[in-house]
Structure formats: structure tokens, C-alpha cells
Design a protein around this ligand. Structure first.
Ligand SMILES: C[S@@+](CC[C@H](N)C(=O)[O-])C[C@H]1O[C@@H](n2cnc3c(N)ncnc32)[C@H](O)[C@@H]1O
Length: 250
């Protein structure tokens, strides 16, 4: 997993000029989380919080958020945003690795928005067990999971992000989406394991968690270059999975 720090730092450097802070997209994510949680809650643990746009949005609405992020440049940006916004709830910014960090608290909702699937299945299970330990007994975990069929279908797709080339690929043997950003002679690649809901159920074995709901996300159509917000699972780039304490699935 050596690529992780390098990729997410480089990606941040390449697109940070275009960042404008929290926006409607983050409010929509919060609405999705509130809807899937299906009951009122107060505390949120966000893993892989990036530049903190979602964490700020939630704290502005009154939630108490603990945001864990590995990459220092992203943490610095999150701290800057925290100073610029009036928050109603608490925002605790934790610079650290979610595989190592010690969190002596438990939470109503734990979320990982975009980016799940970094290591192999054992790494994912280790993280899920850690999440399960940080979760209140009546809480829920909400994770964006990449859908294998979408990422297989866009293998080879290229696009420009500002002046930089980005290319998607798919590792068919290991069911992983590959996302490469080119900057001159240098390039960095993100590699994320994709799971169907059935794969996810198998991954959850022995984690003390069960899958109880999913909500498909949107999809980019590269023939028309249009993004569609709400598509069926068979077309979606990812789906949000709701996990709760328990075995098997409901
Ligand atoms: C695809 S980005 C998504 C960022 C943010 N959630 C969003 O939706 O904009 C994944 C994030 O997870 C962070 N991350 C990856 N591995 C991590 C780890 N082991 N501990 C903490 N954060 C990590 C990365 O640095 C990156 O900011």
C-alpha cells in the first residue's frame, strides 16, 4: 500500500487550485447519509476525510464530527476550512492512519465516502473490524463501494483534469479499478478493489457486521460526457452500503 500517501498527496496538489470548499454535493451526501441512517444521530466518524468538505458540512449542521485523514496536505486544507466556517457541532481533525489510529470513543455513524478498497480483502476486513469496534451498538456504518461492472466498462477511458491527463483502467484478475494521473514524466495510480453486494457480504464474514441496505450512486456516461445522479445499480459507479452490528444479512 506504499502508493497511498504518494497518490493522494499528488492528486491533491494537481487539483487543489480548483477547490472551492464545501458545496451542494456535500450537502447531498449528508442528506443521503441521514436518509440511510433512518434515525436521528449526533456523532460521526469520517474515515479518509480528504480536504474535509463533508466533515465541515456536517459540523455546520450541528453534528459532532471526528475526521481521520492520512495525508498532511489534505489535513492542512481541512484545518484552513475549519477556520473559515462557522460550525455548530464539534469538528475534531485527526491526522493519522485509520489502520493505526487509537480512537477512545464510539460513534453513532461511521462513514467512508469514496476510496474504500485500498488494500486486499484482509486489509478491508481489518478496517471493517476496527469500524465495528468504534460503532455504538445501535449505530450504522455507511461506505461507498465501487461497482466492478462500471469500472470494467470504462477501462481505457481518458480525460483531462485541467491540463493533466487522467486514465481509468481495470485489473480484471483482481477486480480493481485503476486510476492514473499523469504529470509530465511522473504518474501516480490509485488501485481500489471493487465489490458487488454479494462479494461484500462474503467480505463481512467474521467482522461482526451485516449488510442491511444499499443505495446506488450516479454514473458518468463517457459517450455523452454527462453525469447522471440517480441510476440503477447495474449502471452505477458505486453504491453506498449500510452495515450494522450482526451476522449475515437482512
Ligand atoms: C478518494 S479520497 C476521498 C476523500 C474524501 N472522502 C472525499 O470524498 O472527497 C480517499 C481519502 O482517504 C485517505 N486515506 C487513504 N488511506 C488512508 C488511511 N490509511 N488512513 C486515513 N486516511 C486514508 C486519502 O488520503 C484520501 O484523502
Amino acid at each position: 500500500m506504499e502508493w497511498v500517501n504518494n497518490f493522494y498527496n499528488k492528486q491533491f496538489q494537481l487539483y487543489k487550485e480548483g477547490l472551492t470548499g464545501p458545496n451542494e454535493e456535500h450537502e447531498e451526501i449528508l442528506t443521503k447519509i441521514e436518509t440511510l441512517a433512518s434515525k436521528p444521530f449526533q456523532s460521526i466518524l469520517e474515515l479518509g476525510a480528504g480536504g474535509g468538505e463533508f466533515a465541515i458540512t456536517a459540523a455546520k449542521k450541528g453534528y459532532d464530527v471526528s475526521a481521520v485523514e492520512l495525508v498532511g496536505s489534505r489535513v492542512d486544507y481541512m484545518k484552513k476550512l475549519k477556520n473559515e466556517h462557522n460550525l455548530i457541532g464539534e469538528l475534531e481533525i485527526i491526522e493519522g492512519d485509520f489502520y493505526e489510529v487509537d480512537l477512545p470513543k464510539s460513534f453513532d455513524v461511521i462513514c467512508y465516502i469514496d476510496g474504500f478498497g485500498i488494500g486486499d480483502d484482509h486489509d478491508q476486513q481489518k478496517l471493517l473490524k476496527r469500524m465495528s469496534n468504534w460503532l455504538k451498538p445501535d449505530g450504522c456504518i455507511l461506505i461507498d463501494i465501487y461497482a466492478p461492472w462500471y469500472w470494467a466498462s470504462v477501462a481505457g477511458q481518458e480525460m483531462m483534469v485541467g491540463s493533466k491527463l487522467r486514465k481509468y483502467d481495470f485489473d480484471f484478475l483482481n477486480c480493481r479499478m485503476l486510476d492514473t494521473w499523469f504529470d509530465g514524466d511522473e504518474n501516480v495510480t490509485q488501485s481500489l478493489r471493487c465489490y458487488s453486494p454479494q462479494d461484500l457480504k462474503m467480505l463481512l464474514e467474521d467482522t461482526g457486521l451485516m449488510l442491511v441496505d444499499i443505495k446506488p450512486g450516479g454514473a458518468m456516461n463517457y459517450k455523452t460526457w454527462q453525469y447522471h445522479e440517480n441510476v440503477d445499480l447495474d449502471e452505477a459507479m458505486s453504491y453506498m452500503a449500510k452495515l450494522v452490528p450482526g451476522q449475515g444479512c437482512r
